[in-house]
Design a protein around this ligand. Structure first.
Ligand SMILES: [Zn+2]
Length: 210
């Protein structure tokens, strides 16, 4: 199965993608992880991406698509994609990339959460400085300052403050509306409520995929 997870910051998209990958035995392809991996391993694409990031620019789609193309090679059984696409243009380019391999997406899961839920969830978020995994402060034991997965120090996201956050949600909604319509027209969009605890959300997704 080839699945894309969409959702605003704080929708739990990354957590669900990881869980789903483990559950279905499919690779979880997270855009953030992929980019961090390329930077860390200093691949040629990583070096090119770094130039943009160092000068405070967004990494262009062409580089992202190349990275993704490399990553998706050898995932014939499928994948769970999270953090991409974010725009209609990217969605079309992803479609073209898959088409070349005579593949297509089976489902696009659109996680829906209320703004108040996002504002409540995000300030409690910790990100691993090494592997990029995201944790809810509330789900970790109070003494933990290290990543349960790799042991590196955890950082809190400084941009998770209300005003910046509201802006990020606005930008997200603005860019993803056309994307959601696009997948809706293709008949593969599935709206799933992202409210409640991670297990509840996961059960809803699994039910829809079955
Ligand atoms: Zn870690």
């Amino acid at each position: 199965m080839r699945i894309v997870l969409l959702g605003p910051p704080g929708s739990g998209k990354g957590t669900q993608a990881q869980k789903l990958g483990r559950n279905l035995g499919l690779p979880h392809v997270g855009m953030g992880d992929m980019l961090r991996g390329a930077l860390k391993n200093r691949t040629s694409l990583g070096e090119r991406a770094k130039e943009f990031m160092d000068s405070g620019k967004l990494v262009p789609d062409s580089i992202i698509l190349e990275l993704l193309g490399e990553r998706l090679e050898g995932t014939k059984e499928g994948f769970i994609l999270d953090g991409f696409p974010r725009t209609l243009e990217q969605a079309k380019r992803l479609g073209a990339l898959l088409e070349k391999e005579r593949e297509n997406l089976d489902a696009v899961i659109n996680l829906k959460v209320r703004e108040e839920t996002i504002l409540r969830r995000l300030p409690g978020r910790l990100v691993c400085s090494e592997c990029g995994k995201v944790y809810q402060r509330a789900n970790l034991s109070s003494s933990t300052q290290r990543c349960p997965s790799c042991g590196a120090p955890l950082l809190s996201r400084t941009d998770d403050v209300s005003d910046t956050l509201k802006k990020r949600i606005e930008i997200y909604l603005e860019h993803t509306h056309p994307l959601i319509d696009y997948y809706k027209k293709k008949g593969i969009l599935q709206d799933v409520s992202g409210e409640g605890n991670p297990q509840e959300v996961f059960d809803r997704i699994v039910k829809i995929l079955n």
